[in-house]
Design a protein around this ligand. Structure first.
Ligand code: FES
Length: 421
């Protein structure tokens, strides 16, 4: 996704709007989240092209312990994420049932559930408030969240859109905005395939009978080097580095950590490893390569080969080499989730034996820098009149999935409706 402003310009714009330290801003924003109701869509506030539904796509997580089982069973049933072949519907439930008690304990240890819904709803609501100001012609912007494996699921989101007056012969504009900055067919691809599936189920008949009046979809499918993302991550790294004594600070190793992928997915030609590397490069350029750094990969499941090196092994190996000042940086998720709060904080750092020198950078969560970046990215997309990027139309060289082919064809076909709106 092309961006119109540089990281430096982005930071300057932000500094005009906020003079508080980042951490206190995040805390006060968090407090506001608790008190801020979702702003309503009202027709008399509608811009010439509005209202616009802004739909955040993400994997989601169980908000409570009783939801863990259904979350895992949906996750292991998804062949786009965990390819188990023709035995998926048999092996998937077995694995999820076996893992549920262990994962329940992990969610229990981080407070009884995932904060990803809370943060996704907060980020989207705040982004829409900014969009209403900087893009009045597409206002009001209404926030929706569609998770792949937890509530609110894509089906629930789509029914809510229809109930709110989108589609059903009335048309209307919706933007599917992935919250995975780097594209993988396992993550964004899976969410878009699911969105396409529910669009066919809930609106396919209307489309074939009347030919119009369905929701017009466009997609923000990737944004690995967007200045808002880069600046927000860089500021969080700078804040964490200040916790090290000055004489050791520039020698601390920055360990960027992203969720790993099975090598079968990587070798199919998935774009994710390259796009994660692009984010790391952009952040290091913004930091003027102030520190040594490495990219590593976490959350491998099962005995099959996954992309490495694993984050936990990387930390152990550097400690063995005597390098104990290690800064872990979640680089592929936009808020806290079990992989940061449990896997990095409790397992990797907690068991390192060096909790005073192995640290984790704060996740983006309520960062005003990040949320301003999301709004800027969305405005660029809305102004562009483009349904989806050229890159999204390109399938992996070894992709054999009809679902991918049909879903990509559908989103590309939305260009005519978006252009004539
Ligand atoms: Fe990548 Fe189908 S698996 S496009």
């Amino acid at each position: 996704m092309a961006s119109r402003i540089s990281t430096r310009q982005f930071a300057r714009g932000l500094s005009r709007g906020s003079s508080s330290p980042l951490v206190s801003s995040q805390l006060s924003n968090h407090a506001r989240y608790l008190a801020t109701p979702a702003h309503p869509v009202t027709q008399d506030a509608t811009g010439s092209k509005g209202p616009t539904a802004m739909v955040f796509l993400n994997m989601g997580g169980p908000s409570t312990l009783p939801e863990v089982g259904s979350f895992l069973s949906r996750l292991f049933a998804d062949g786009d994420l965990i390819p188990l072949g023709r035995l998926q519907s048999y092996i998937g439930p077995l694995i999820s049932a076996r893992r549920t008690p262990k994962i329940v304990k992990q969610y229990d240890a981080i407070g009884g559930g995932s904060p990803i819904r809370k943060w996704s709803e907060y980020q989207n609501e705040e982004m829409c408030k900014i969009l209403d100001k900087i893009s009045p012609e597409t206002a009001p912007h209404k926030p929706y969240v569609a998770f792949r494996y937890a509530d609110p699921l894509t089906e629930e989101m789509y029914n809510k859109l229809l109930a709110d007056g989108f589609g059903n012969g009335k048309g209307g504009r919706a933007v599917a905005f992935t919250q995975y900055p780097q594209y993988s067919c396992s993550t964004t691809g899976s969410s878009l395939n699911e969105l396409w599936k529910w669009r066919q189920r809930l609106e396919g008949k209307t489309a074939s009978e009347t030919g119009n009046g369905t929701i017009n979809w466009s997609v923000i499918d990737r944004w690995p080097t967007h200045p808002g993302l880069v600046e927000a991550v860089a500021q969080n790294i700078e804040a964490k580095l200040l916790e090290y004594p000055e004489e050791r600070r520039s020698k601390a190793i920055l360990l960027f950590s992203a969720h790993s992928l099975p090598m079968t997915v990587v070798n199919r030609g998935d774009p994710y490893p390259g796009e994660v590397a692009a984010t790391v490069q952009a952040v290091m350029e913004r930091l003027k390569f102030s520190n040594p750094y490495r990219l590593c990969w976490q959350s491998q499941v099962g005995p099959q080969p996954w992309l490495g090196p694993q984050t936990s092994h990387t930390v152990e190996n550097y400690i063995e080499k005597g390098q104990k000042d290690l800064v872990l940086i979640p680089i592929a998720f936009t808020s806290d989730h079990i992989e940061t709060l449990y896997e990095l904080d409790i397992e990797v750092i907690g068991e390192s034996g060096h909790t005073d020198t192995v640290k984790r950078v704060e996740s983006l969560n309520g960062s005003p820098v990040f949320i301003k970046g999301l709004a800027d990215l969305a405005k660029t997309h809305l102004d562009s009149g483009v349904a989806c990027s050229q890159q999204m139309g390109l399938r992996c060289p070894a992709c054999k999935s009809e679902r991918c082919a049909e879903s990509k064809k559908f989103f590309a076909s939305q260009q005519a409706a978006i252009s004539s709106a």
